[in-house]
Design a binder for this molecule. Structure first.
Ligand code: MN
Length: 496
């Protein structure tokens, strides 16, 4: 999984020569201290790199060029300590290809009431310097995140950190490769879409391989590799009796391990960040990958079932954004409802492929028949998921654009045992309530597949959508159905 501390955000301060050398030295010193404070903040997962103040059209253009080319630079924080006439920024902003956060802050928290004079005013004027900068970005219709407040404020640092995570997810998508084994499930609409447009818009490529190409790699697996992996299974999970050595289905566990090893090898050799498969195209595979997919997701690979490449890519991005935070991110599907009055909820799951990064406690490793696909019984990890705030996110292809939907939910600890349910599952109550949330989701065209997150918030995904330049529809505590339906109508016009 990606280590966010290897990534850099550059802290760039704007000014001009009008103020003279002494003032500019103070500007640089203040910027250095702000950048160092942000760099040291536990809220911000990436490095914050101080850059010298830019004071001319040429210096601004130059730093934007450098940002574009710097390999580990995922974005820029811009701050206008003093007044930086914004026509100087046009050329640079026109070529800037990485995400921007406009930090509207100042060096001093408080006004020094007893000593403030005109020199102080001239040095500390971001209150209007940043407005000039804001105008030009708005005039140029450029997306950015604006964060307001003193740089030592915990909330400010948190917002910067959230944006940095979104920028890291975006950075990870650029040039990323996802592999589809087979096509998407026959006749299904929402899991399909325009892969050319996705590569243009999102920067990742999705290409297909026949399942036979994977089978060939799987068949090169050695017994020693399989034995070693089965030991790992023993250490990490509670194995069903029939799957243990000498048990009647031990052979199936060996098959599952063999698939996992082959799949991982295939992904590593091709440098893929995620994959899809489909139960309709398993020729040569003994069973649908269950535990293999679950464990690969836990390692950081994106996954979408039934050829759902958009969700595979989204799950990967969510894993990168959530890297290092407690809790996990998983592929998910809205499966079935509990319609009890005043206690309505959704049971989320999939046929097999829920990521153990969201598990509560030690998963059990089980084997059960799968009603579809016509293959041998697949091995899977079964677990419950803890209660608490979470969200579901989905990207759909609207034909002329992509739309990201986010629904905040409250996960609920299961009150009942589910002894006959052979898959990992999550219970949640969508916000603001099940009826409103599900109607809103359906009006907005949200998929049945989602990325489920325990550690990301709507702000992460909103920032991510802004960076990607796509529409974001949020369904949360404040959602009113009529308003949301109007928002969808207006967006239709806005994105025409
Ligand atoms: Mn599905």
């Amino acid at each position: 999984m990606i280590n966010l501390k290897e990534l850099e955000v550059w802290f760039v301060t704007g000014s001009q020569h009008l103020y003279g050398e002494e003032t500019l030295n103070q500007v640089a010193e203040h910027s250095r201290q702000i950048a160092a404070t942000l760099d040291a903040s536990t809220q911000i997962p990436v490095k914050i790199i101080f850059k010298p103040t830019v004071k001319t059209t040429e210096e601004i253009y130059g730093i934007c060029q450098e940002v574009n080319q710097a390999e580990n630079c995922i974005g820029v924080i811009a701050w206008m300590h003093t007044f930086s006439p914004a026509k100087m920024w046009i050329g640079g902003l026109k070529i800037l290809q990485k995400p921007m956060l406009h930090l509207h802050t100042q060096f001093n928290r408080d006004i020094p009431w007893a000593t403030i004079d005109m020199d102080f005013m001239n040095l500390n004027q971001s209150a209007h310097g940043d407005r000039e900068f804001g105008f030009i970005m708005t005039r140029m219709r450029l997306n950015r995140k604006v964060v307001v407040g003193h740089f030592e404020d915990e909330e400010v640092q948190k917002s910067v950190g959230i944006w940095a995570r979104a920028a890291a997810g975006w950075f990870d998508w650029q040039g990323a490769k996802f592999v589809r084994f087979g096509d998407n499930m026959r006749f299904v609409a929402v899991t399909d879409g325009d892969k050319v447009e996705a590569e243009l818009k999102f920067g990742y490529a999705v290409n297909t391989y026949g399942i036979g190409d994977l089978v060939e790699i799987i068949n090169q697996t050695t017994d020693a590799q399989i034995d070693q992996l089965i030991e790992e299974y023993h250490a990490a999970y509670t194995l069903a009796e029939s799957l243990q050595k000498g048990g009647p289905q031990f052979i199936s566990l060996k098959e599952a391990a063999k698939i996992e090893i082959g799949l991982r090898t295939f992904l590593q050799q091709g440098n893929y960040k995620g994959f899809t498969d489909t139960f309709e195209d398993l020729h040569g595979l003994a069973q649908l990958p269950g535990i293999a997919t679950q464990r690969l997701m836990a390692e950081g690979y994106g996954f979408g079932g039934e050829g759902d490449w958009k969700t595979a890519a989204l799950v990967r991005a969510m894993k990168v954004m959530g890297s290092g935070l407690p809790g996990g991110n998983s592929f998910m599907e809205d499966y079935t409802y509990h319609f009890e009055p005043n206690n309505s909820m959704v049971l989320g799951s999939h046929m097999l492929e829920i990521c153990p990064s969201i598990a509560k406690g030690k998963p059990t490793c089980e084997i059960h028949p799968l009603g579809i696909g016509g293959k041998a019984d697949p091995v899977r990890l079964v677990f419950n998921v803890a209660g608490g705030p979470a969200l579901n996110a989905s990207i759909i292809d609207m034909g002329n654009r992509f739309r990201l939907l986010v629904n905040e939910v409250e996960a609920v600890e299961p009150e009942h045992d589910l002894p006959n349910l052979p898959v990992a599952r999550v219970l949640w109550k969508p916000l603001p309530d099940l009826k409103t949330a599900c109607a809103a989701w359906i009006y907005a065209g949200g998929a049945h597949h989602t990325g489920y997150s325990q550690n990301l918030t709507a702000e992460h995904l909103q920032d991510f959508a802004d960076i990607a330049g796509i529409e974001c529809v949020l369904i949360d505590q404040d959602t009113k159905l009529n308003q949301l339906r109007n928002e969808l109508r207006w967006s239709e016009a806005a994105y025409r």
